[in-house]
Design a protein around this ligand. Sequence first.
Ligand code: GUN
Ligand code: ZN
Length: 493
Amino acid sequence: MRDHFEIRDADAAGRIGRLDVPRADRTVETPALMPVINPNRLTIEPARLEAEFGVEMLITNSYIIRETDALREQALESGLHEMLGFDGAIMTDSGSFQLSEYSDVDVTTEEIIEFQHAVGSDIGTPVDIPTPPDVPREQAERELETTQQAIADAEAIDVGEMLLNAPVQGSTYPDLRQHAATHAAGTDLDVFPVGAVVPLMNGYRYDEMVTAVAAAKRGLGADCPVHLFGAGHPMMLALAVALGCDLFDSAAYALYARAGRYLTVSGTQQLEDLDYFPCSCPICSEQTPADLRSEDDDTRTRLLAEHNLHVTFEEIRRIKQAIRGGDLLELVDRRARGHPAMYDGYRALLDHADQLEREDPVSKGTFFHTSAESARRPEVLRHHERLDRLAVPETVLLTEGGAPDGDTYDAAWRVVPPFGPFPRELSDSYPFTAAVPDRSDRAGQLAAADGVRALVDANPETAFTLAVDDWHQDAIDRVPEPVTVESLQEINE
Ligand code: GUN
Ligand code: ZN
């Protein structure tokens, strides 16, 4: 157990948690999105973020504040909370990101953390090295050592009640990410941001983002609160939460607004291209795209930024409700249909179904089979892995239909794509309460055939008969040799 984080509810590897932020005297519910505040340019006043958007925590850049004379003096004199006019929790970044963008940051971890502490930050950050994707392995290893030294330097400072971030780097090398994460989780630091994923997201490389985060999660384990640094686009939040990320930060809401970009849960639109708003937030319900276009630059930017934040927080609430309702993966599946890069991300997520399975609750609301990808969900994997726990008699009919009359078979089990075979008595247990389509798809049938194989492997002495209609030939071909395959009609005659 980590001291400052408690998990209340879970679905897939996603969770609703409570992050205790003692210096702010606050408990922040996660998943949480922290708007990024540029202290030089308040697109939306922080007080309004709290009052109108329900923002519990925001993030700002201590390096920019320290480098700007007026801000530095004001922050040291009255503290960040008063300077920004915000009562909630404040996380501060260290300037590392500036390091990756402009490479002229000359501040040590000790200096910046002492500054963060002095201005009243609630969660501070050391000077990590955000190693970009695709660099030579030697560079990733060398920079990771620097990041680990920064974490050690931070750990040695007495910061009182302030929490500290332990960033996880490692570029696009999953083993380095996992190793970095194991190291970070072994320190006394409190929050674990996965870093340098912004270039992957900007390049729409969401499958690789998933691979990097999944590796970090293997090293961190389930207890650590995880921040996905630089992630705040509403289209990817469900995916990232399903992987086990708890905190997000959005600069996109303001940066995109400045460029006339309108965020949606299935991608980004240009205000220029819109005739109608697909949204009912206070901005979009009161004006048309043409109205917004006719505003002056500052007003248009502010209103677009407000819409961008509304749609982002709406998605966070939808995700939390999905975790409560046990249909987070259905939500991820829907988001995967909105954008091909999210489809890549979802499929990469399902490559780690075994990892998700370890956190995924054994029982939930209900399983909706809504796509070919549903066949790869952790529930299907879990059923196949546990088939060897079931007692099986000498002759068993596995059928998509009802149980036949008479005593030709010792037992008649059901077969339902994508799960495959299960005893009738389990029909009322999750996930066999699933809503599945009348027209089962090839992927579901193939998964069901894998279930038959797992059952046969566990029971080599049993004579199995499989009675199905209209299965794809590849699914029939995948049913192992000793099983007699019949058509449902024949069995019922
Ligand atoms: N903001 C976005 N990515 C990063 C990162 O890797 N490290 C830090 N400190 N801030 C970030
Ligand atoms: Zn809107």
